[in-house]
Design a protein around this ligand. Structure first.
Ligand code: BES
Ligand code: MG
Ligand code: ZN
Length: 505
């Protein structure tokens, strides 16, 4: 993955492909622009006005620059709307439009001058501005080309290489630079999560997730420690819920409980955050096999695990002062004569008995043991993120993840993190009647709510039962983790922000 160099140059450079200039809508008044010159040297504002550019939020207008001594070949006017109202969300909208257009134009060297606050106190901090610029450019720079070959006609498309930011609005250039570095780190982790999810299930096995986790630990300068629990250890830990999912494939692709521990010396005392990501490397449904159309995207059933890996990488790189444990219970959910059967009863690590009502409700089985493991390891706060239910599509549509919690404070913190990062999420109910759906005369619980309705809520209630008194939030991202069969990297940003907020609180 090629990385972009972001900087705040102290001296002017030249030879940019495009200079991006932000415009406030109220100060960009086409009617005030002077009589248009008939010569070729029309100022780009006039030219833009001529073709109807009004600096509306997210609108752009691209122009060749004259004279040729200009620092860039072209100039892009970027509408920022009413900059008095500018916030992270609207600034992001403008940046997305601008970088997407620049990408289409095959630009590699960019110069960004967004001096739009015109004397007023900026409504956004220098750090936040830098973070948004670098994160957005990095995420847009991502190209999906996993198995494309030259033979097949593939030509690599030009990538952003350099983005220089020039903005006199902010005095604190160090904060701006820190924001740029943080944004690049977060953007790269989002791209990493996308790569893991987009990778075919034939390659993205539990072992491949271990390798990825090791790479993150090795690159962390000793800040992150990897520990993997293999089949026999899981048996002695009595991880019966997790192992019941692995049974159908354990001889070929053995399961692994992968943990990454980040325990900085300056960690906020008394706090340990567990981030647990559902890591089913392929979900066939098991003996309750999925129909073809539902199985098609099930290589993405480890999107929660991918988000957790990306997040802990960022948390360590940003040196956030909080202890975090990443937990991935990795296995495919497959069919064989050894596979778990509907009606089987297993005992989870916590000791609760679970009747397998449906082998396709496997995610909650792995999370049940993941959560108990987190508790045994001293978690004070638990956040799990999982492509858990098809029902979440019906509840919230394709863009908003579901949030469920057993503790108001932590739930609010997760919702706030979603708002701050632009990853949309919304709270849905659990417990308060939904426990009924998971009852069975055969065991303490059954793993599917059956025809009760509210499938995302009954699943969440099952999962959070295992958190007991520990503050815990469950995020269902089955609806947002992929768009048109391509990974979105959803969750990295929210998980990082949760850790950041919890490190301060
Ligand atoms: N991995 C699926 C959920 C899913 C669906 C993820 C669509 C991404 C896109 C999960 O393991 C599953 O199969 N859930 C079942 C539960 C049911 C059997 C109780 C479902 O939602 O149908
Ligand atoms: Mg399933
Ligand atoms: Zn699944």
């Amino acid at each position: 993955m090629s990385q972009i160099t972001f900087s705040v140059p102290r001296a002017f450079s030249t030879n940019y492909d495009i200079q991006l200039i932000g415009y406030d809508q109220s100060s960009f008044q086409p009617k005030n622009l002077k009589f248009l010159s008939p010569t070729k040297q029309v100022r780009h504002e006039e030219e833009a006005a001529l073709i109807g550019f009004e600096a509306k939020l997210g609108h752009t207008s691209l122009h060749f620059t004259e004279p040729r001594t200009a620092i860039s070949k072209r100039v892009m006017l970027v509408g920022l709307g009413d900059t008095k109202k500018l916030n992270s969300e609207s600034l992001k909208k403008a940046l997305v439009a601008a970088f997407n257009k620049a990408k289409k134009e095959k630009a590699q060297q960019l110069f960004l001058s967004f001096d739009f606050f015109r004397g007023e106190a900026p409504s956004i901090s220098a750090y936040e501005f830098g973070r948004l610029v670098a994160e957005t450019a990095t995420v847009i720079n991502y190209e999906l080309n996993h198995r494309k070959t030259e033979l097949g006609g593939y030509k690599p498309s030009p990538k952003f290489e350099r983005v220089d930011v020039c903005i006199s609005t902010f005095d604190d250039l160090q904060a701006l630079e820190n924001g740029l570095q943080a944004g690049a780190t977060i953007g790269e982790a989002v791209n990493l999560a996308k790569n893991l999810v987009n990778e075919p299930a034939g390659n993205m096995t539990p072992q491949a997730l271990i390798d990825q986790a090791r790479e993150i630990a090795d690159a962390s300068d000793g800040a992150i420690e990897l520990r993997v629990y293999a089949q026999t250890e899981l048996e002695s830990m009595k991880a019966g819920a997790f192992l019941s999912v692995a049974k159908g494939s354990a001889d070929i692709e053995p399961p692994a409980l992968i943990t990454l521990n980040y325990t900085p010396k300056d960690a906020r005392p008394g706090i340990k955050l567990a981030e647990i990501g559902k890591s089913i490397t392929f979900d066939s449904g098991g003996l309750n096999v999925k129909p073809s159309s539902s199985m098609r995207d099930m290589k993405g059933d480890m999107a929660g695990g991918a988000a957790v890996l990306g997040a802990i990488k960022v948390i360590a790189a940003l040196k956030l002062p909080i202890a975090v444990q990443a937990i991935l219970a990795a296995t495919p959910n497959m069919i064989s004569s050894k596979a778990t059967k509907p009606g089987d009863i297993v005992t989870s690590m916590q000791g609760r008995s679970i009747e397998i009502d449906n082998t396709d409700a496997e995610g909650r089985m792995t999370l049940a043991d993941g959560i108990e493991f987190a508790r045994l390891n001293g978690a004070t706060h638990i956040v799990d993120i999982a492509t858990l239910t098809g029902a979440i599509f019906y509840a919230l549509g394709p863009d908003i993840a579901g949030v469920f919690g057993n503790n108001e404070e932590l739930t609010d913190l997760v919702l706030k993190a979603g708002k701050a990062t632009g990853e949309r999420s919304w709270q849905l109910p659990c417990f308060d009647g939904f426990e009924k759906a998971n009852e069975t005369p055969m065991a303490d619980l059954k793993n599917s709510g059956g025809g009760f309705g509210g499938g995302a809520s009954t699943a969440a209630t099952f999962v959070l039962t295992f958190a007991r008194e520990t503050p815990a939030v469950h995020m269902d991202i089955a609806n947002v983790s992929m768009k048109q069969q391509m990974a979105t990297g959803y969750g990295v940003r929210t998980l990082v922000e949760v850790a950041r907020q919890l490190s301060q609180a």
